[in-house]
Design a protein around this ligand. Structure first.
Ligand code: NAD
Ligand code: UDP
Length: 320
């Protein structure tokens, strides 16, 4: 840990990804020196291009499943490296398991040696296809360990267990954020997640592909709310997991219709097979975040989607 007068330094693994790059921006704005570490497997140098040349920013291309070396002191590690969209982790099942397990172990080892605080990006997927609704942090989840999604869900569950073990046995200061579906600029339009897919399809006038009958629900959070939640969690003293998500729940079919309206599109809706183990419902109980972080989302879905629309329009224009 650096002395109190020195500049604070944060390592952000997965910092060239969607969420990681927004966190790089926020911690720089808060006066931190930011070291962004990423192997660019699902992230992109474009996401951090605007930061290259900033003296307080450094990019290190590295796969965090291998030993991590960082020069100098560190105050904080935000461990965000991991494929996150179902398409990505189904294409990279072993890498997903490795980054959640070996990568988390390496990042925790680094936190121990630097006496840095460690924050794990966990996920609502630890609840699997939940049998309680909404989900609060005391629910242990309903995950199929050998199902297709198990590579992601179990990696994150292991990562949480490893984080708590370092906390209990090595007295590392740790934080665990369970992130619910988040959207915003810097998402890839082909990452396969519902929102970028629907935006791309609607803006191109193509049919929106709703999986199953579309009655499954999700609760979508705007990226600025996630960043604020992570910031508060990293600055506070609460070490049990905290849900960060927007409780506004919607069925996927209604969501597809909402995107068609928002984009003023003539697109139709088609129905395709529901992927295996696709959770039927998902909605965060954010009582804990309200209580320990005084946090709740500042953007409702309509506002957040409006703020995101221009980004997707430009992305779609660029590829035509
Ligand atoms: P993303 O794919 O945009 O970012 C992940 C980043 O990690 C990428 O830049 C990728 O190149 C990097 N990475 C992957 N494996 C790596 C490795 N072995 N070594 C170094 N870098 C590696 O995804 P995202 O949506 O920004 O998600 C970031 C984190 O947040 C993930 O840990 C994810 O599980 C978690 N999360 C995201 C959401 C969401 O809705 N976006 C929800 C829950 C949890
Ligand atoms: N989904 C869909 N059409 C698509 C992509 C996704 O109907 O083109 C569904 C998916 O089956 C899931 C929901 O939308 O029920 C949210 O999917 P996403 O991949 O965005 O997030 P996750 O399933 O990880 O919550």
């Amino acid at each position: 840990m650096s002395n109190s007068t020195a500049r604070k330094r944060v390592l952000i693994t997965g910092g060239a990804g969607f969420l990681g790059s927004h966190l790089c921006d926020r911690y720089l704005a808060e006066g931190y020196e930011v070291i962004c570490m990423d192997n660019l497997s699902t992230g992109s140098a474009d996401n951090i291009a605007h930061l290259i040349g900033n003296d307080d920013f450094e990019f290190i291309k590295h796969d965090v499943t291998n030993f991590i070396h960082v020069n100098g002191d560190l105050d904080l590690i935000l461990h965000f490296a991991s494929p996150a969209s179902p398409i990505d982790y189904l294409e990279m099942p072993i890498q997903t398991l490795k980054v959640g397990s070996l990568g988390t172990h390496k990042a925790l080892g680094l936190a121990k040696s630097k006496e840095a605080r460690f924050l794990l990006a966990s996920t609502s997927e630890v609840y699997g296809d939940p049998l309680t609704h909404p989900q609060n942090e005391n629910y242990w989840g309903n995950v199929n360990p050998i199902g297709d999604r198990g590579v992601y869900d179990e990696a994150k569950r292991f990562a949480e267990a490893m984080t708590m073990a370092y906390h209990r046995y090595h007295n590392i200061e740790t934080r665990i954020v369970r992130i619910f579906n988040t959207y915003g600029s810097r998402m890839r339009i082909y990452d396969g997640r519902a929102l970028p897919t629907f935006m791309r399809q609607a803006l191109n006038g193509n049919p929106l592909t709703v999986y199953g009958d579309g009655t499954q629900t999700r609760s979508f959070m705007y990226v600025d709310d996630l960043v604020e939640g992570v910031w508060r969690l990293s600055q506070g003293n609460y070490s049990d997991p905290v849900n960060i998500g927007n409780p506004q729940e919607i069925t996927i079919l209604e969501f597809a219709k909402e995107i068609i309206n928002l984009t003023d599109s003539d697109s139709e809706i088609t129905f395709e097979e529901l992927p295996k183990d696709d959770p039927q419902v998902r909605q965060p109980d954010i009582s804990r975040a309200r209580k320990v972080l005084n946090w709740e989302p500042a953007f409702d879905r309509e506002e957040g989607l409006m703020k995101t629309l221009d980004y997707f329009k430009q992305k779609v224009l660029r590829e035509t």
